[in-house]
Design a protein around this ligand. Structure first.
Ligand code: CUA
Length: 373
């Protein structure tokens, strides 16, 4: 078993490794860790060498009845082994403390992109407060965070329920996301985009909630899409455009089902044929302490442009018809749900573990959602 544990350390690093930084902040953390590792390894080698030397050189030998030399204290030696570690710790403390302060300082300046993050059981909500449409709506999406390469992203984070922790290992350390409070985290991806390909597509970096937050904690995942500034701008503009209201076929029937069932929790911004823009579904403003203002939030992910996302269910399932149909038939088959979340605003009760949708209704919803690219 011990061999198994040791051997597991040799497996190649997975897509969520801190040891393969994809940006300057993660690079700083990695450099610090390499520095500490080298110093600690040198100390380990010296201490173990002295220990083994004493063990072998001064071991008890057969037929050797001499008593070892009896000593009591050695002032010089004791001063040396007090001062030397103190100096070593001081050497380690300087870059460590400096690094901690650097990492805690939110980035400033006109090029910083602000993103408000709300942790939910069990998904992530992202609002870009400075990216707004003519009517004042800001860009809101879920679980898949798009960022331009080389730009510092200031995440202002809070939680709608319990403590979560936002962690995208190749970009920065983890930071707790606490209800009623604000925490900040900076993400900066490397200047060249998209430099990364871990088998999830170019520019895609995986993350994960890192604080146990209930049944589906393991399925509270994050995907970061690193784009060139131009690609990012095009994405943002497209996301701000209201989703087209389907007028015929399965998708139109799907929209009826959507407004009867799904909008109890989910929001979507749609454009009617006559050009009017309407946001359906409930808004749940969250106001943590501090001066970050209200977090525009929803009870479930905002589904405008759902079809443009590669995944659903907090970046856990691939956004394909097969999985989406299965999810709509009974989400808790795929991911744990809590029965207490069945209480929907306005006193409606939805069977969250089973929406009770017919095959036709599911087909219509899938057609509508995937059509919202
Ligand atoms: Cu959220 Cu674990």
């Amino acid at each position: 078993m011990i061999l198994g544990i040791i051997a597991s350390a040799c497996s190649g690093s997975g897509p969520q490794s801190s040891l393969e930084p994809e940006g300057p902040i993660a690079q700083d953390i990695d450099d610090l860790w390499q520095f500490v590792l080298i110093l600690a390894t040198i100390v380990l080698i010296i201490v173990m060498a002295a220990f083994l030397f004493s063990l072998i050189r001064f071991r008890e030998r057969r037929h050797d009845e001499r008593r070892p030399k009896q000593v009591h204290g050695n002032t010089r030696l004791e001063i040396a082994w007090t001062i030397l570690p103190a100096v070593l710790l001081a050497v380690l403390a300087v870059p460590t403390v400096q690094g901690i302060f650097d990492l805690r300082t939110p980035p400033e300046g006109p090029d910083v992109l602000q993103v408000k993050v709300t942790g939910h059981q069990w998904w992530w909500e992202f609002e870009y407060p400075d990216i707004t449409a003519d009517d004042g709506r800001s860009l809101i999406t879920a679980n898949e965070l798009h960022i331009p390469a080389g730009v510092p992203i200031n995440l202002t984070m809070t939680s709608a329920d319990v403590i979560h922790s936002f962690w995208v290992p190749p970009l920065n350390g983890k930071r707790d996301v606490v209800p009623g409070r604000i925490s900040n985290l900076t993400l900066t991806a490397g200047v060249e985009a998209p430099p990364i390909d871990n088998g999830f597509g170019p520019g895609v970096i995986l993350g994960q909630c890192a604080e146990f937050c209930g049944l589906a904690h393991a399925d509270m995942r994050i995907r970061v899409f690193v784009q060139t500034p131009d690609e990012f701008e095009a994405w943002a503009e497209q996301q701000l455009t209201p989703a087209a209201l389907p007028t015929e076929g399965a998708a139109a029937a799907g929209y009826d089902t959507f407004t009867q069932v799904c909008t109890a929790c989910h929001q979507a911004t749609v454009a009617r044929a006559d050009g009017t823009i309407e946001t359906v579904g409930p808004e749940n403003l969250i106001e943590p302490r501090g001066d970050a203002g209200a977090f525009r939030s929803s009870f479930g992910p905002n589904l405008t442009h759902f079809g443009s996302r590669t995944t659903f269910g907090s970046a856990t399932f691939t956004n394909v018809t097969e999985h989406l149909s299965e999810w709509l038939a009974n989400p808790s088959d795929l991911k744990p749900m809590l029965p207490q979340f069945n209480d929907i605003p306005e006193g409606r009760i939805l069977g969250m573990p089973d929406f009770g949708l017919s095959a036709d209704e599911i087909g219509g919803l899938v057609a509508m959602l995937q059509g919202w690219e």
